[in-house]
Design a protein around this ligand. Structure first.
Ligand code: ZN
Ligand code: ZN
Length: 339
């Protein structure tokens, strides 16, 4: 058993380390550095030389070695190991795509197949994939704030009291599983529909289209969202794209910032749901939740959500409800006790 476990463990840890050199991973060194170049150009343009000091926090040793950041790193590695055991991702996606492909054919979708030039199919596919992916991320995130049971797990991400690019991986494994199911469902849905509607036109070029959008998202400062560098895209662009400053507002523990800016790339979903809040270069934000689970280390981050959920159920049972009391689904007032 140990003979098989040890090589597997070492390989998984080596894979985690190789993320720093892998362009398909958000924390690739290229993206960590490009985020800096992008922000420094904008700050220099807006404030001249003095603007560059706004990046100091990105280099702060105190932040990168803070107890909260150390919890980020631990959860990053441990969740990777746990999810690698739980989820055979590639297999699951190919099985699901094949099933949907035959399902759409049975429903007669192939009779709607249209012949379009390859270039239009690529553009249309990339657009649909991007919109479906971005909206579903927004919506699952929105649900995680509005439902007290889901919030119990999502609070792990929000408990970080300092932000580093690795905070993006600070999630509870149950949240990781939910987001995996989301991506499995949405990506397979879009790919299978396009396979039926545009037979023989789905190729590596389409996948390349998706990679290009991810590439630009990462190059243009995605890593700054989880950092102390407040970078706004400016009033006009912020209405369309979520800036680092906007996501930092999402992490704020100030009441006026609760449930703002759930979006990932596009800000339009937040505007539609009434949760949009503009970010500013000079905003001052205190990160975290007042339920102090940040101090509990990675094990606390894994276990406290289950304790909170048990308390929610006990509360529901005490009220004698045959089903869960709808009050329990009231967002932050209960979930973020004391804030
Ligand atoms: Zn959130
Ligand atoms: Zn975040």
């Amino acid at each position: 058993m140990i003979d098989a476990f040890l090589p597997w463990l070492l390989e998984e840890l080596a894979n985690a380390g190789s993320s720093l050199f892998d362009l398909s991973k958000r924390v690739s060194l290229v993206y960590l550095i490009s985020a800096l170049l992008f922000a420094s150009s904008l700050f220099f343009y807006r404030y001249g030389k003095a603007g560059l000091s706004r990046l100091n926090v990105y280099f702060s040793w105190r932040i990168w070695t803070h107890a909260s950041a150390r919890t980020d790193y631990a959860l990053w590695l441990l969740n990777r190991l746990l999810l690698a055991i739980m989820i055979p991702k590639t297999l699951a996606q190919s099985v699901w795509i094949s099933w949907l492909f035959f399902f759409w054919q049975e429903q007669g979708l192939s009779s709607l197949a249209i012949g379009l030039p390859d270039i239009l199919v690529i553009a249309f596919f990339t657009l649909c994939y991007f919109l479906a992916d971005d909206f579903s991320r927004f919506f699952v995130h929105w649900c995680m704030h509005k439902n007290a049971f889901l919030w119990a797990f999502h609070q792990v991400h929000h408990s970080a009291t300092v932000l580093t690019p690795f905070t993006v991986f600070r999630t509870h494994p149950i949240e990781g599983l939910l987001f995996f199911l989301r991506s499995l469902f949405v990506q397979s849905l879009v790919i299978s529909v396009f396979l039926v509607l545009f037979p023989n036109q789905i190729s590596l070029i389409q996948v390349f289209g998706i990679l290009i959008t991810t590439f630009f998202f990462n190059v243009l400062g995605a890593n700054l969202r989880h950092s102390g560098v407040a970078l706004s895209y400016g009033e006009r662009i912020e209405k369309w794209l979520i800036s680092p400053a906007q996501h930092q507002i999402h992490h704020s523990n100030a009441k006026c910032h609760y449930d703002r800016n759930f979006g990932v790339a596009l800000a339009i979903w937040d505007r539609l749901f009434g949760s949009w809040h503009q970010g500013k270069d000079d905003q001052e934000i205190i990160f975290g939740t007042k339920q102090p689970i940040d101090k509990e280390g990675f094990l606390g981050q894994w276990l406290i959500p289950f304790k909170d959920i048990s308390l929610l159920f006990i509360k529901a049972l005490k009220k004698g409800a045959s089903c869960v009391d709808p009050d329990l689904f009231a967002p932050k007032k209960k979930a973020r006790k004391g804030e």
